[in-house]
Design a protein around this ligand. Sequence first.
Ligand code: SF4
Ligand code: SF4
Length: 90
Amino acid sequence: MSTYIEGYRKDGTIWIPEFIVSLASEVCIGCGRCFKACTQGVLNLMEEEDEDDDDSRMFMSVVCEGQCIGCKACAAACPKSCFEHAPMEK
Ligand code: SF4
Ligand code: SF4
């Protein structure tokens, strides 16, 4: 059986954080909700130029994965289910 990195809630019960694994930037609509939800500076909005029609597309990117505390607030805020999270084995 795997053992995961774990913490404690205020009431003393065990809490197992689920850290960011991936962000499906091709599905992302660039709404920024996850950026506002993340308190750890893990995410940042990027702009991609479309050379064909002078247009651009905004999308979210993982810029500092190691800062993630595994709270999953980003996933809760995302309307497109872009995120994958998982507990981390010790
Ligand atoms: S799980 Fe929490 S800390 Fe990690 S990227 Fe999402 S909102 Fe930020
Ligand atoms: S909440 Fe979801 S759709 Fe919106 S910017 Fe973040 S990853 Fe993209």
